[in-house]
Design a protein around this ligand. Structure first.
Ligand code: ZN
Length: 503
């Protein structure tokens, strides 16, 4: 077999696996938007079957043969050539798939689909004990998965690697330690500042149909293409890039909370713009896939926070917002509004947290996940450990587990290693935005005119189109000329919030 033939067989095989996987994504989207509750048992079987078929394809022995032929040929000689990148990343996925037994993949898929329903009911009823055996089961399965893949340093490494290829627990822990050291005094200073935002601005009567219309128009304005995507409601918002021309955003609304729906849409639209910016010619291969969850999250955070919570952005959109909700904001100035959407406060719920305290929520989860996986913490003891650490970081005690360790869906989905990518996203977003501002002078003037094409084009060229050509570490170096560091995020937060709160 010639290297070219081997390469084509490899690509066709992997493309079909990714097609199957996108069928699973569509089922997953349906499960969380429109599926009736009683469909969950059958859906679990469907998802388990798809997971098994994808896994079998990615673990297929022919893959190893084709990979070996291509790897030893000239096709893979230049490390950032298309073929070399595809081979490098398919090799990584193949090795993970070979090492994880099919039985474990199916058991994980079945357990986590059921566990998500148990979690949902447990959270509603504030009943951690009903979820505890499921958490215990999932931790055991994930530990088994990590051991099957293998690791040198930390049992957490192979799980983190699933979401952030190439990242290590050790380096993440170092970035997070610096963040916590610097953020803790900033949070305290902001809490004690004399100047505070008005608290009555965002909790007025904002009819949901108007929120939907306005959110959709903002997402379209920043560049999300609604002829290739849609927006629906769900309990726990997400974005699902099904494939070229089909990207599903979700959000949730509350009449008396403008932030949740609107900034949720901006966030998910940022993810969607990334998915829509991938190269369709490389669909189903690493060259047409997102780099990592951290990079994905950098795109959502960049639009949600760096752009969507900036004053120039609201100079354009605030008059339009006022028109969309006649009378609701008559006594609220642009400055009041801008300050209100940038309110910093220690709070219980991660998804409602502001830009400054958010990362402290993540650091807590990152540490608890490691303790669970290392067997130093049991599922049953998780609420107590959570509350104790929460008090230490936030000076607050969760009133119940629904506002504590039951608040997030991730553990019920088996997503250990996922949380840190949110904060990595914040770090990447700040570093990318710093670079974009230096490459594109006058960006704020663009925003004041409701003009986002230069920024979107910059992101498309540098971050979206290259797909997985570079791992996140190298992409950051390539785009910004420096390795990832907490400094850009810290200086952005200090400057922005120092001005707002008159520190
Ligand atoms: Zn996100």
């Amino acid at each position: 077999m010639t290297p070219t033939d081997a390469y084509h067989s490899l690509i066709q095989h992997v493309r079909e696996a990714r097609l199957l996987e996108s069928v699973g994504s569509l089922l997953g989207w349906d499960e969380r938007t429109y599926m009736p509750p009683k469909g969950s048992g059958h859906r679990a079987e469907q998802m388990a079957l798809i997971s098994r078929l994808v896994h079998e394809r990615l673990a297929a022995p022919q893959l190893a043969e084709w990979l070996a032929v291509v790897e030893q040929s000239d096709l893979a000689a230049r490390p950032d050539a298309v073929e070399a990148v595809n081979v490098r990343e398919i090799r990584r996925v193949h090795e993970r798939a070979v090492k994880i037994p099919t039985r474990l993949v199916e058991e994980l898929a079945r357990t986590t689909t059921r566990a998500q329903n148990v979690w949902q009911e447990a959270r509603q009823a504030n009943d951690f004990p009903s979820f505890a055996p499921w958490l215990d089961r999932i931790v055991r399965l994930k530990r088994e998965e990590a051991q099957a893949i293998g690791y040198r340093d930390s049992v957490y490494d192979p799980l983190l690697d699933e979401y952030e290829p190439g990242a290590t627990t050790r380096e993440v822990a170092a970035w997070f330690a610096e963040l916590r050291r610097e953020l803790t005094p900033l949070v305290a200073a902001l809490a004690e500042a004399r100047r505070q935002p008005r608290s009555d601005v965002l909790t007025r009567d904002f009819p949901i149909d108007r929120q939907h219309w306005f959110g959709q128009s903002v997402a379209a304005a920043i560049g999300f293409d609604f002829t290739a995507g849609r927006l629906d409601t769900t309990a726990h918002p997400f974005c699902s890039g099904i494939g070229p021309g089909d990207c599903r955003l979700t959000t949730r609304y509350q009449t008396r909370d403008l932030q949740q729906g609107l900034f949720g849409i901006l966030h998910e639209a940022g993810h969607g713009i990334y998915d829509q910016g991938l190269d369709p010619d490389h669909c189903g291969t690493p060259m047409g896939s997102p780099v990592s969850l951290g990079i994905h999250e950098s795109q959502s955070r960049l639009w949600e926070n760096q752009v969507g919570r900036s004053r120039p952005f609201w100079e354009y959109f605030y008059p339009r917002l006022c028109q969309s909700f006649p009378g609701a904001l008559d006594d609220v100035s642009l400055d009041d509004f801008h300050f209100a959407v940038n309110r910093v406060a220690r709070s219980l719920i991660r998804v409602e947290a502001d830009e400054v305290t958010y990362n402290l929520h993540i650091i807590l989860r990152f540490e608890l996940e490691q303790a669970l996986l290392r067997g130093e913490l049991s599922a049953n003891d998780t609420p107590a450990a959570w509350n104790e650490r929460f008090r230490a970081s936030f000076d607050l005690t969760p009133p119940d587990d629904a506002h504590g360790c039951l608040q997030d869906i991730h553990w019920s989905m088996g997503g250990f290693g996922y949380f840190p990518t949110y904060t990595l996203g914040n770090l990447f977003a700040a570093q990318f935005m710093e670079q974009a501002r230096s490459d594109l002078p006058g960006l704020d003037d663009d925003f004041r005119r409701g003009e986002f094409r230069r920024l979107k084009g910059w992101l498309n060229d540098r971050i979206h189109r290259p797909g997985m050509r570079w791992r996140s570490r190298d992409l950051c170096l390539k785009v910004t000329g420096r390795p990832l560091s907490p400094r850009p995020l810290l200086s952005y937060l200090r400057q922005k919030y120092g001005e707002l709160y008159h520190l």
